[in-house]
Ligand binder design. Structure first.
Ligand code: CTP
Length: 406
């Protein structure tokens, strides 16, 4: 539960996206947050306070003059001890109010009254023309300059029938952005390139050789690196996983395509993490037409040729500039400590991550060992996102140590 014990003030301003705020509220609660809902009068035209009260399990606050708070200071009491104030949806008019420090209803007043250090996060939601309007853009720039974080907006079909930027992000995306806002930004300003998933080596147009890698670990690392402030590119073999929010994903099938995509994007990267389970061989005599079985005939004879080693190729290019910092993965079924240390040397990389056992493919939990020049460290069994965050933090520390040295 990523928001365990966090107190979140969820503010709703007027917009049809209020219907998504109900789902967002549930998602926050599911992650362990305590949610206190505050609505503007306009928001109550789109969703009932009763719904938000039932979902949040707390009284909903609408009015500055509501006498339910003993001291009659809801704008103060709600924000003291809050971990974040999240306005979703945030209308064009509410952005204007925030940009000008307005205090003409409870929600705007509590935003101005929030203590220093309580983050204010807003998810804009409006028609495309309203979003693109010069005044809204001026207000958005003011909010950013004031340290208010904007989540989205997204692009796509809008409730009004028009299409473009201005849609509120989906509840899951807002949740991911909120969770990300609490993570340490150890990779701020860094570019990270990651490979993930299996590769698929064709035998003919409909058949191929692949492996059981689910891509979960690589995708978790992509998410964790983005949460830590990095600009992330994920070169992915075929998986059924959703792209982590804010991550650029390039889909490939074969090891050669993965190699081409990596080499096309590696320049300017600070970190390269090879998590993909890359096929060591491809079929040399792949058929352009579907292979047909013959009655009583022989099985097709496949010939193999070795694939390029993507990680070792990237590692070889770092000898000139020192970048990117290369991280490899190894799945060993025995002698992990001995094999892991040897593999790190062989691949010429500063950090190698060993999976304990080769049966981690597709599992949600894992246990890993980090090998570097000073030995090895075990990260105990945990879910893959927790391990990914620990790994990203370890990488960040090593980058910091490097920049102190240079
Ligand atoms: N890797 C790669 N390109 C390849 C093969 C592997 O980039 N053609 C990367 C993987 O992404 C991973 C690491 O190298 O980071 C794994 O190295 P590898 O030598 O293939 O180790 P194992 O898969 O553990 O296989 P083996 O022990 O058989 O060498």
């Amino acid at each position: 539960m990523d928001l365990q014990g966090k107190k979140i003030v969820l503010g709703l301003s007027g917009g049809v996206a209020c219907y998504k705020a109900a789902e967002l509220c549930r998602a926050l609660i599911k992650q362990g947050a305590q949610v206190h809902v505050v609505m503007t009068e306009a928001a109550t035209h789109f969703i009932g306070a009763v719904t938000m009260q039932a979902l949040s399990g707390n009284p909903v606050w609408l009015d500055q003059w509501d006498a339910r708070m003993a001291n009659n200071m809801a704008h103060i009491d709600l924000t003291r001890g809050a971990d974040a104030i999240l306005i979703a949806p945030c209308s064009a008019d509410f952005m204007r109010k925030l940009a000008h420090g307005a205090c003409d209803d409870l929600l705007s007043t509590l935003c101005v009254a929030r203590p220093h250090g309580v983050p204010l996060l807003v998810a804009p939601a409006m028609n495309v023309e309203m979003w693109q309007n010069a005044a809204t853009q001026r207000n958005a720039a003011t909010l950013r300059a004031d340290g208010i974080q904007l989540f989205g907006p997204g692009a796509g079909e809008q409730a009004c029938g028009e299409t473009g930027l201005g849609r509120m992000l989906e509840p899951e995306q807002i949740l991911d952005e909120l969770v990300a806002s609490f993570q340490h930004k150890i990779l701020a300003g860094k570019r990270v390139l990651i490979t993930a998933g299996p590769t698929f080596e064709a035998i003919d147009p409909v058949r191929g050789i692949t492996n059981l890698s689910s891509g979960k670990m690589g995708y978790a690392i992509a998410r964790a690196a983005r949460e830590a402030g990095a600009e992330v590119t994920l070169v992915s073999g075929p998986t059924a996983l959703p792209t982590p929010f804010g991550v650029r994903r390039i889909d490939v099938l074969s090891a050669q395509q993965m190699m081409d995509a990596v080499m096309a994007g590696v320049e300017g990267q600070h970190v390269f993490i090879g998590v993909a389970a890359v096929a060591d061989w491809r079929v040399a005599n792949a058929s352009e037409q579907k292979l047909k079985k013959q009655e009583g005939g022989a099985a097709p004879a496949l010939e193999f040729v070795q694939n390029p080693d993507i990680l070792a190729t990237v590692a070889a290019t770092t000898s000139l500039s020192g970048w990117p910092y290369c991280v490899g993965f190894a799945a060993e079924s025995e002698n992990l400590v001995e094999y892991g240390a040897a593999k790190r040397e062989r691949k010429g990389i500063p950090l190698l991550v060993g999976n304990i056992g080769h049966h981690t493919f597709g599992q949600d939990e894992n246990s890993i060992v980090l090998f570097d020049e000073s030995g090895h460290t075990v990260l105990p069994r945990a879910d893959k996102l927790t391990l990914a965050r620990q790994l990203v933090s370890e990488i960040g520390k090593r980058l910091e140590a490097r920049s102190l040295l240079t």
